[in-house]
Design a protein around this ligand. Sequence first.
Ligand code: TMP
Length: 211
Amino acid sequence: MRFVVFEGLDGSGKSSLMSTLEQELRSKKIQVLKTREPGGTPLGDEIRELILRSHGQAPTPRTELLLYEASRSQHVDLVIRPHLEKNFWVLCDRFTASSIAFQAGGREIAEEWVEKLNRFATQDLTPDLTVLLDLSVQESQRRRQKRESFSGKVADRMESEADHFHQKVRRSFLDQAHKNPHQWLILDASLELGILTAQLQNHLKGLQWLP
Ligand code: TMP
């Protein structure tokens, strides 16, 4: 049983890397759950919709933080902990580090508050490993625009923030990773998926989590 979180700017390739790890675990007959934040529960999905929509009244920074934390506590109580207790590996697209990066780093809410609310929402559950897919803001924007022109999907409220906001988010992710090198793995998200998959698998083998 392991709790592994994937973090990074939008377009950093979290979901592709999560899928390759999920397949690898399934091929080894390991039970695995892939989930995400905000969301991961029916109520969390509704909260996600409220946070990310670009129409209607935008939440203030504190309201935004509380909405992410509300989605998180529901997710931890009803999905993440029960699966860990059943010995599943849980792979989660974003978790507490995103609140530090976006709401403390980006929105400039005091980090102590975000940490306190993270602890309250998770009841002190922390990831065994957080994988940071580090990408430049320019490359993240370029990938997003490409995706938008393919799918016709428009940028959500967070994605529409200025470059300066995303620079602060990236810096916060890197600071968090450097402060906690044993719980974080930094990967260069500009590399190809095959290389990133091999780097992640080698790291997990080095930790003796994978045969
Ligand atoms: P996603 O696009 O990776 O699914 O994430 C949704 C957006 O929400 C993304 O722009 C990051 C942001 N976010 C926060 O600002 N704080 C959080 O705590 C989480 C989990 C996500």
